[in-house]
Design a protein around this ligand. Sequence first.
Ligand SMILES: [Zn+2]
Ligand SMILES: [Zn+2]
Length: 280
Amino acid sequence: MIFGAHTSTTGGVDKAIIRGRELGCDCIQIFVKNNMRWFGTPYSQSELQSWKEESAKHNPQVIFAHAGYLINLASPPEGNREKSIQSLKQELEFCAQLELPFLVLHPGAHLKQGEEEGIKNVIKALNEVFDSLPSGPRVALEITAGQGTCLGYKLEHLTEIMEKVEKPERLGICLDTAHLFGAGFDIRLPEVWDGVLTKLNQLVGLNNLLGVHLNDSKAELGSHVDRHDHIGKGKIGVEAFAYIVNDSRLKDIPGCLETPKSKDFHEDRDNLKILRELVR
Ligand SMILES: [Zn+2]
Ligand SMILES: [Zn+2]
């Protein structure tokens, strides 16, 4: 796997690359705008120029983005549907400017309309987004812990969207170990982990797996709670990560930490060291 961490863009988007490089990340994930706002200010020419210069150094080798948290494509029309579509479009445009290959997105929350209705809304919204942006980065639908009415805690939610959307080539999948665990997949058992990848392969093909978030979980198995912990410090435990990072099916796939961090990011260094030491 290509190991790395989510890195902060504080002080300018190019700073995320510099931080990632300092931490020894081979991949980084970023937010392309404030993740708690609907819309961001477009990048200035000088910001894009510095980004270009930093990213041309090819270290970290893979850079991708995670979408903002307000976007809910499962929302009914009377809710935040239109804003969500416009916000996602802006993020994809920003990703395109930064030449990122994909943007990780949570499928959304159905807000008590029911899962079927929610999934229909997601498909319609994605069709609209891809119609208005004929080319650009892919959207990697992320597995979720299934908090509240959030969709995406089953592989089938993600793969149904992929199968029914008009342009499936614009989509991909992102797994998250903590979300899988919260959703009820006991990945402490190698056969359960193996089952997840086998099923994903049968449903859409592992060539559509674009990234994996490597997080331990503070939350219990099947709790539907999304709380990340340091590798080996949570309920999943280091043994599971030992076979996950050595799974040959994940070769060349970015494995990105989204674990808690303090100002000096030393936790990212520690977690990366643990992951790398597990590689056989
Ligand atoms: Zn996520
Ligand atoms: Zn994640």
